[in-house]
Ligand binder design. Structure first.
Ligand code: HEC
Ligand code: HEC
Ligand code: CA
Ligand code: CA
Ligand code: CA
Length: 462
């Protein structure tokens, strides 16, 4: 993240609170502020102290030796390249027939965040979820009839990739109250050269960037009751914030469960998200999702070689899920720094913490003593919030409407630039830097704006 002057008087310290690490700023600071006990331990005892490019790639600090072995096995599977079946090394094949990438780290590069594609480059790191209006019997989005629930740009030999997606950005100018101008990007997605006929005329497209992989097991370890205690769907306390839970289908339990993962809290567990990524992004089946994602139109896809029934055995699936759950959160830096503390106060006063919740204590999670009963600082409530038309994808996902998004955790976000060499933020990567995430964050839906505009930042869009 950059340390340059950020537009508006307030964003700079806010940015610093999240990114921490700029030096040489000369703003007056309030000496009475001090960090809370353990505030730097974003992930409790799991927290690692690492600011390097590997900051998102470490196992939980308190993980025992046995856990570290499983972590290492999962790590290998997360970054290895999968190949087409049949391959000489049985158990390592099954890529495709349709896919988005050949390994998990192709999108979650260095266990961090994907980079939105620039025109002319391969469309990885960002994927397009597809559906048509309506819902399945379990309440999920209804897949687009010819292309399924996700656009897969690539196919194995003999199977055509689904299309060539592209994104074009429009610059939308705006200005702050002090007259300084800014420009925000508004993306439009084009699905060019569709190989299986035209897309449904009422197709709904949700662009989603690959999020960082840190601290996911801790988020799963938060008791459902704790999440629900942060919800206020009818805004009974009239503070303008009305977070509500998503409820989604849990395949293993065979019933509905609280949604926690994905940009719309559309997945209940890391295990299900992992199995979903294997089949949806790589084309690799597992016990949770035994069917390849070929639609009725995709005949070559249906008759392609399989890498096994299922392709991924149970222990491999378990190891990758375990890895995904135990990637550590790096510590917050410079928590005692005057500017950082001032940023924290502004963050609080502006009401950011009403959604990006401060400290939460995890509950008990089976098989993971290292994640249980930890005081963590995730800066998320895991709830859905209506952010208005500007950020809408207009594609419902279980209970999430077309304008709702799950509050993303902010832990570690200041290290994104070191790890991923870019500063793009938000669900589709449209925000190019600090100032741009600040602006959309402040220009949301009028129902939430009045409260957290108590500090007057940015321009009123109306
Ligand atoms: C094509 C890019 C891509 C690939 C490849 C990919 N992912 Fe993801 N991943 C995403 C996107 C996009 C999301 C957000 C999904 C959503 O919002 O529905 C995500 C979300 C996740 C999450 C939940 C994170 C969170 O904060 O909610 C986990 C866990 C995950 N992926 C694991 C994996 C694993 C394991 C693999 C390899 C089997 C993998 N991913 C491969 C793009 C990718
Ligand atoms: C009403 C709840 C709410 C409030 C209040 C709120 N946010 Fe957010 N924030 C969200 C949601 C939801 C997103 C995801 C939006 C998206 O991806 O399109 C988000 C995204 C972000 C992101 C980008 C995260 C990422 O992973 O890309 C940052 C940074 C951020 N908010 C900071 C702030 C700051 C600073 C404030 C206070 C000025 C604030 N937010 C207030 C709900 C909120
Ligand atoms: Ca396959
Ligand atoms: Ca597809
Ligand atoms: Ca409220």
């Amino acid at each position: 993240m950059q340390c340059a002057r950020i537009s508006g008087l307030v964003l700079a310290p806010l940015a610093l609170m999240l990114s921490a690490g700029c030096e040489g700023e000369s703003e007056p600071v309030d000496d009475s502020l001090s960090p809370e006990l353990g505030e730097e331990l974003s992930g409790g005892d799991t927290t690692v102290f690492d600011e390097s490019r590997e900051a998102f790639a470490r196992p939980a600090r308190n993980l025992d030796a046995k856990g570290r072995e499983v972590f290492a096995l999962g790590d290998h599977l997360f970054s290895r390249t999968w190949v087409t079946a049949p391959a000489s090394a049985a158990g390592n094949d099954g890529l495709g027939p349709l896919f988005n990438a050949t390994n998990c780290s192709g999108c979650h590069f260095k266990d961090g965040r994907g980079k939105p594609p620039i025109d002319g480059t391969d469309f990885v790191g960002l994927l397009l979820r597809l559906s048509v209006p309506g819902a399945t019997e379990t309440g999920g989005p209804l897949a687009e009839p010819s292309y399924g629930g996700q656009l897969n740009p690539f196919g194995i030999l003999g199977v055509e990739g689904e299309a060539s997606p592209r994104v074009v950005y429009e610059e939308v100018p705006g200005s702050y109250e002090d007259g300084e101008t800014f420009s925000l990007r508004r993306p439009t997605y084009l699905v060019e050269a569709p190989a299986y006929g035209p897309l449904a005329t009422d197709v709904l497209i949700s662009p989603r960037i690959a999020p960082a992989m840190i601290g996911l097991g801790l988020l799963e370890a938060i008791d459902e009751q704790t999440v629900l205690s942060l919800a206020d769907p009818e805004d009974v306390d009239s503070d303008g914030i009305s977070g509500r839970p998503n409820y989604v289908y849990d395949v293993t339990k065979g019933k509905t469960a609280l949604g926690r993962f994905g940009w719309k809290a559309n997945q209940p567990t890391v295990l299900q998200q992992t199995a979903g990524a294997f089949v949806g992004d790589l084309g690799i089946t597992s016990s949770l999702f035994e069917e390849e994602s070929c639609t009725a139109m995709q005949l070559e896809c249906q008759s392609a070689f399989s890498g096994g029934q299922p392709e991924l055995d149970e222990s491999k699936l378990h190891n990758v899920a375990y890895y995904s759950m135990t990637l550590a959160v790096p510590a917050r830096r410079n928590v005692g720094d005057g500017l950082v503390l001032r940023g924290r106060e502004l963050f609080r006063e502006a009401g950011c913490g009403s959604c990006h919740a401060f400290a939460i204590t995890t509950g008990q999670i089976a098989g993971h003593p290292e994640l249980s009963n930890q005081k963590i600082w995730p800066y998320t409530d895991l709830l859905l919030h209506d952010l208005g038309e500007g950020l809408a994808d207009n594609r419902p996902d279980y209970l999430a409407s077309g304008t709702e998004w799950r509050t993303p955790p902010l832990w570690g976000i200041g290290l994104q630039e070191s790890v991923n060499k870019h500063t793009f933020l938000l669900h589709d990567g449209r925000a190019r830097d600090l100032a741009e995430y600040g602006v959309p964050a402040l220009l949301v839906d009028s129902r939430v704006r009045p409260n957290w505009m108590r500090i007057r930042v940015g321009r009123d869009p109306s």
